[in-house]
Design a protein around this ligand. Structure first.
Ligand code: SF4
Length: 216
């Protein structure tokens, strides 16, 4: 089976498994999603959602973050890992948005990745979820699921994104991120994937080689 056909069948099954799949981060505007996504690096979405309501109430625009003393932002996000670095990035990218983009978050990959501390993953999350564009973000779950299915042989997130985009229709890119994350959290866990009951095991290279190999 070629990779296009495999990806289609896998996504059809995962759509039935997780019809409600969407980003777990709470947001109302592109700026809020950008800030929440920056905060979510190596932190749980749950923790980020605890911190952001007060943060978003205090700072409503990019200019608000740009003008705020860095210590004040740090204090408000202090329970999140790497809060000092994240506060620095939030303030820096907000300043760029306020000064170079009239206070509006850019809606292109090039515009977003030109902002301080914003890589392709963050940019694609914002494009796909706040702007409704076709965008495939590769996080640790997407990477693992794609590798185990045999849809990529790479370890590099940019290369994995390109490999997936080459075999998945653009209108499914944003959903692919949500569905692979849900599947990665529920079944295709890093340390002990539940291959025996996995609904897409028929398409999994890992299942045929590692899992069945171990079971004999
Ligand atoms: S069979 Fe196992 S490794 Fe393959 S996708 Fe399912 S849970 Fe992941």
């Amino acid at each position: 089976m070629d990779k296009r056909e495999k990806a289609k069948k896998v996504l059809d099954i995962l759509e039935r498994e997780f019809p409600e799949a969407k980003t777990a981060l709470d947001f109302k505007t592109p700026l809020e999603l950008l800030i929440a996504t920056i905060l979510s690096a190596q932190a749980t979405d749950k923790l980020v959602n605890k911190v952001t309501p007060e943060l978003f109430k205090k700072y409503k625009s990019a200019e608000d973050y740009a003008l705020a003393p860095i210590e004040e932002i740090e204090r408000r996000i202090g329970s999140v890992n790497f809060y000092r670095n994240k506060a620095k990035n939030i303030k820096a990218c907000s300043t760029q948005i306020a000064e170079a983009h009239n206070g509006k978050v850019p809606d292109t990959l090039e515009g977003l990745t030109a902002l301080s501390g914003v890589g392709r993953k963050t940019a694609n999350i914002v494009l796909g979820n706040a702007f409704g564009k076709n965008a495939l973000a590769v996080d640790t779950h997407v990477k693992r699921v794609a590798q185990r299915l045999g849809l990529t042989e790479s370890d590099d997130p940019d290369r994995i994104e390109a490999d997936l985009c080459a075999v998945i229709l653009p209108e499914r890119w944003t959903r692919t991120t949500h569905l692979f994350i849900m599947h990665g959290r529920a079944t295709c866990k890093a340390a002990s994937p539940k291959c025996g009951t996995c609904p897409i095991r028929a398409y999994s290279v890992y299942y045929k080689t590692e899992y069945k190999g171990k079971k004999g």
